[in-house]
Design a binder for this molecule. Structure first.
Ligand code: UDP
Ligand code: MG
Length: 323
């Protein structure tokens, strides 16, 4: 059944034992209404709880269930990528494990796909039960990203989406390590459209995206699609140099015509701080890019699979990202 699956649902999970059974139940219910073959690919991203065991159990008696078990936590974006590498369906759907993305929406996505769209992403019109800070920071992020890149990355859209096989095959050709999957999907192109939904609260458990990871994801999003931060440093440098030069002329005037230069200490220190600060920011920006270049040049595989369940031997073609 799985080899000819029409739909592949990819579910990344990291310590989701509290919700995963309910997620499985809801997904089965929705996919069951379709009367077409499907597979549920759970990617266990190094969970330290029972998530993998629960899915492994399911895969023993439900042949739509597949498990890709990572050797450790590689991160959400990598887990999605692995799921896409292993997916065999004609349409691939990515959904969070915590039921914040309603599985029922998959049906609307499939309708759009059947109309001929290759990418159908879910756009949040409302986010329920998340902190004000999360809503604000997410909203800011999408807008900064939009302003700083040339490709059209839709705002208020997460990774919950449907992609045609064509799109996924193209995604597999993108080898970059610091992945921002939704940006890459936009970059790949094809006909894209949105379905709207209200994002619910997590059913149970807590967010696996603490502030630190959100910052990393934002930086990946902005840095991999834009050179603007580098240019920004350049513009700031030019502006500060012009201001510095004018001030220098003023100091020269004071020294030559008024003899009041000894009073200049505070401004001298001020200028030094200003420029030192600027140089440090500039170094930081360069560091971010150089770090990413370094990641790419190492040529490491994106992820390491510990074991795979429910996927037949002949299906276990080496995923392109693991070569
Ligand atoms: N996730 C993952 N690896 C990680 C972090 C998260 O596979 O390192 C999964 C997680 O289990 C969930 C999805 O990615 O299915 C989204 O994570 P989460 O719900 O914590 O993010 P939020 O909705 O709070 O932004
Ligand atoms: Mg969530």
């Amino acid at each position: 059944m799985s080899a000819q699956a029409k739909y592949s649902v990819v579910i990344p999970m990291y310590n989701e034992e509290a919700v995963i059974q309910e997620t499985y139940r809801r997904l089965k219910k929705v996919m069951g209404t379709l009367q077409e073959a499907y597979e549920l690919i759970f990617v266990n991203d190094g969970s330290r709880d029972q998530s993998a065991e629960i899915i492994k159990d399911y895969s023993c008696w439900d042949d739509t269930v597949k498990l890709i078990d990572f050797s450790r936590n590689f991160g959400h974006q990598i887990a999605i990528t692995a799921g896409m590498d292993y997916a065999s369906g004609e349409a691939i759907i990515i959904i969070d494990a915590d039921l914040q993305d309603p599985p029922e929406l998959i049906l609307s996505m499939i309708d759009k796909w059947k109309e001929g769209f290759e990418v159908v992403y879910a756009k949040r019109v409302k986010r329920n039960g998340e902190t004000l800070f999360k809503k604000w920071s997410a909203s800011m992020f999408y807008r900064v990203l939009r302003a700083s890149t040339d490709i059209n990355i839709p705002v208020d859209t997460g990774d919950f989406r449907l992609m045609d096989r064509k799109v996924v095959e193209q995604m597999k050709r993108l080898p970059e390590k610091n992945r921002f999957v939704r940006g890459l999907v936009s970059w790949v192109g094809f006909r894209q459209t949105a379905v709207e939904y209200e994002r619910d609260e997590r059913l149970a458990g807590e967010t696996k995206y603490p502030l630190k990871r959100m910052i990393k994801l934002s930086l990946d999003g902005i840095m991999s699609f834009s050179y603007k931060p580098l240019k920004l440093a350049g513009y700031a440098g030019i502006t500060l140099s012009i201001l510095g030069f004018i001030y220098l002329l003023y100091v020269l005037y004071l020294a030559l015509f008024t003899g009041a230069t000894s009073k200049g200490w505070p401004s001298l220190i001020g200028i030094m701080l200003l420029f030192d600060g600027f140089v440090l920011i500039m170094l930081g920006v360069l560091g971010e890019y150089i770090g990413r270049i370094y990641d790419e040049t190492k040529g490491r595989p994106l992820y390491i699979v510990n074991e795979v369940h429910g996927i037949q031997q002949e299906e276990q073609l080496p995923a392109e990202h693991t070569i």
